[in-house]
Design a protein around this ligand. Structure first.
Ligand code: PLP
Length: 359
């Protein structure tokens, strides 16, 4: 298997892929692939409801929340959130911590009056705004944050307390990477393709009282309540993706749950951060220390010419996906849940070796 550091879609657990391979043509004695059966069949409903209940269990989600499986990626959520929750003329606060926050606020401008609560753009998004700088109004429809900034490699460690104003988090790139108290949020959403499964499924965890107050004059399929009322089976869901998501959640349970996954993620990220920090400036991290992400490690090789060589040699050595996002350049190692410790250890050794051969 390649050392896969892709930012998304990303590595999946080998055990899950092998199980899916075994079940591909004859799903549990049905004589059909999961992809070939009706989404209304008992066999699929069991898969679907099993995935929802595992997600609920892992995050200890109370009955006050709906768990939905949608399509359209996290990007459609940038539009669905304001469409459902922002009334014309109403304000919503957006914390700007990277390109995905910028994309989210852009869509909200089409529906209401979102404004920037705080931004770290001036600091090239090297850090998460400090909690004291997050000032919003109690009349705001919601406050939106991006919990992990995939491109810049920063991550929130503690979220602002927004009181009665619902806090909405785009957790696309760190969902299920550590325990989280869901009760702090009005809504959490994430595209599945980094920590949860293949692309094509979007997970939405939303507080029921928000659905009751949501706008009604919007297309049926874009209302959260439509999907909540139909157990996410209003239209044909991405059945294979939901099956895979359920299996990935099962794998998380088997690994010892979110505490164990978090510990493993910390160990993995530290292997690489230590190689950066111990390099005497040969490698430089993009994020400030207190905002560093455990999911996306962004760094530069200080000498620009050597950086190109680093990426070429890394690719030759079997490391996949280490080039930074096309908008920022540099290097990025995405160490999502399914990336094994051995891959991070191998990258660390490669970085140390590359430094010693080139300095
Ligand atoms: N939000 C974050 C934090 C992301 O990392 C991404 C994709 O990388 C997106 C949103 C967009 O997700 P999608 O491609 O599922 O629309």
């Amino acid at each position: 298997r390649a050392y896969n550091f892709n930012a998304g879609p990303s590595a999946l657990p080998l055990e899950v892929l092998e199980k899916a391979q075994k079940e591909l043509t004859n799903f549990r004695g049905t004589g059909m692939s999961i992809m070939e059966m009706s989404h209304r069949s008992a066999a699929f409903e069991e898969v679907h409801n099993g995935a929802i209940s595992r997600l609920r269990k892992l995050y200890s989600i109370s009955d006050e929340y709906e768990v939905l499986f949608l399509q359209g990626g996290a990007s459609l959520q940038f539009s669905m959130i304001p469409m459902n929750f922002l009334k014309a003329g109403q304000k919503a606060g957006y914390v700007m911590s990277g390109s995905w926050s910028e994309k989210a606020i852009k869509e909200a401008k089409l529906f209401g009056e979102p404004y920037q609560v705080a931004s770290t753009k001036e600091n090239q998004y090297r850090n998460i705004p400090s909690l004291e700088n997050i000032e919003f109004n109690s009349e705001d429809a919601y406050v939106h944050v991006t919990s992990n900034n995939t491109i810049y490699g920063t991550q929130w460690s503690k979220f602002p307390n927004t009181g009665d104003v619902p806090l909405i988090a785009d957790m696309s790139s760190d969902i299920m990477s550590k325990p989280v108290d869901v009760n702090q949020f009005g809504m959490i959403y994430a595209g599945a393709q980094k920590n949860l499964g293949p692309s094509g499924v979007t997970v939405v965890i939303v507080r029921k009282d928000l659905l009751e107050k949501a706008n009604t004059e919007i297309p049926t399929i874009l209302k959260y309540s439509t999907h909540a009322d139909n157990n996410s089976l209003y239209n044909t869901p991405p059945t294979f993706g939901i099956y895979m998501l359920g299996e990935v959640l099962n794998w998380i349970e088997e690994k010892g749950g979110l505490e164990a996954v978090a510990k493993n993620n910390e160990e993995k990220a530290n292997l690489i951060y230590d190689a950066i920090d111990d390099s005497n400036g040969f490698y430089t991290g993009h994020a400030t220390l207190e905002s560093r992400s455990l999911m996306n490690i962004t760094f530069r090789v200080a000498d620009e010419k050597l950086e190109k060589q680093f990426l070429v040699e890394a690719a030759e050595a079997g490391f996949v996906g280490l080039a930074g996002h096309r908008s920022v350049g540099g290097c990025r190692a995405s160490t999502y849940n399914a990336v094994p410790v051995e891959a991070c250890q191998a990258l660390r050794e490669f970085m140390i070796e590359f430094q010693s051969s080139n300095s």
